[in-house]
Design a protein around this ligand. Structure first.
Ligand SMILES: NC(=O)c1ccc[n+]([C@@H]2O[C@H](COP(=O)([O-])OP(=O)(O)OC[C@H]3O[C@@H](n4cnc5c(N)ncnc54)[C@H](OP(=O)(O)O)[C@@H]3O)[C@@H](O)[C@H]2O)c1
Length: 253
């Protein structure tokens, strides 16, 4: 692949899983990566690992569930580095819960991180990117955004928000040089999926998923759903009439 055009990038949720993998993927291609998350020790270890291979990762302690602090911190970074070229809103939390036992605290936690946190990350320097006529915004949604999956009202709902948000950004930014990419992963090995007891078809290794996502971002894809097997199945699920969809979900439940 040709040299990437990004000088700097910010990746949220970089202390584990796909965010960690994406940070390493871009840093090893010569991009200076600001890797953000709450667990500073994990970010330090990631920076050390990058340094050992001649790449640059700067740890950034950040809790995206505080949107005001997130916006302020990203604006600071943007000024300090002379303009962020790539922002990947990847930080996310997931937890299944049957609506019959729904708790507001659970729903709020997912909205704070997956909705407010992602939107704050993506909005922080958007007008500056437009002014510079340069930049790339990436949101990591999920194939779970395409339908309201059983036991996933908060998760599917939060990712549907991000998916629609990214689509509107893309429409509004057409005609500028600021690009928009929305990513829809299927099952990927990570801290998030480790506790899952149910089958996870076509489960991908974290590094493989990060490599696929990195390449799709570098190609400037508007949307990237993967792996193709799960994305294909979910496209069919998306088109199912409600009665058929509900009965499939009832069986899963
Ligand atoms: N794994 C899958 O199968 C899958 C499928 C579809 C979509 N996704 C999405 O992919 C993204 C990455 O998930 P993953 O699977 O790689 O999970 P993961 O290993 O659990 O990583 C989640 C990351 O988000 C960070 N995070 C959580 N809460 C945060 C907060 N309040 N502030 C800042 N960072 C926070 C975590 O860091 P700290 O705890 O250190 O803050 C961690 O680095 C998520 O948006 C997820 O919804 C995952």
């Amino acid at each position: 692949m040709a040299k990437l055009e990004y000088r700097t990038a910010l990746v949220t949720g970089a202390s584990s899983g796909m965010g960690r993998g994406l940070s390493l993927w871009f840093a090893r291609k010569g991009v200076k990566v600001y890797a953000a998350a709450r667990r500073h020790d994990k970010l330090e270890a990631l920076a050390d690992q990058a340094r050992a291979s001649g790449a640059t990762i700067e740890p950034v302690e950040l809790d995206v569930s505080n949107p005001e602090a997130t916006v302020a911190r990203i604006r600071e970074l943007d000024e300090a580095c002379g303009g962020l070229d790539l922002i990947i809103a990847n930080a996310g939390v997931g937890q299944q819960m049957n609506a019959r036992r729904m708790e507001w605290e659970h729903v709020k936690r997912l909205i704070d991180v997956n909705v407010a946190g992602a939107a704050a990350t993506l909005c922080a320097v958007l007008p500056r990117m437009v002014e510079r006529n340069r930049g790339h915004l990436v949101g990591v949604a999920s194939l779970a955004a395409w339908r309201g999956l059983a036991r996933n009202a908060a998760y599917s709902g939060s990712k549907a928000f991000l998916s629609t948000f990214m689509e509107s950004l893309r429409v509004d930014l057409r005609g500028t040089a600021v690009r928009v990419t929305c990513i829809y992963p299927g099952f990927v090995k990570s801290e998030m999926t480790a506790p899952n007891k149910h089958p996870m078809p076509f489960l991908l290794e974290t590094e493989e998923a990060a490599r696929m996502m990195g390449k799709a971002i570098a190609r400037g894809e508007a949307e990237y759903a993967f792996p193709w097997q799960t994305a294909g199945r979910m496209r069919m699920v998306k088109a199912r009439p409600n009665a058929l969809f509900d009965s499939t979900m009832r069986k899963l439940r």
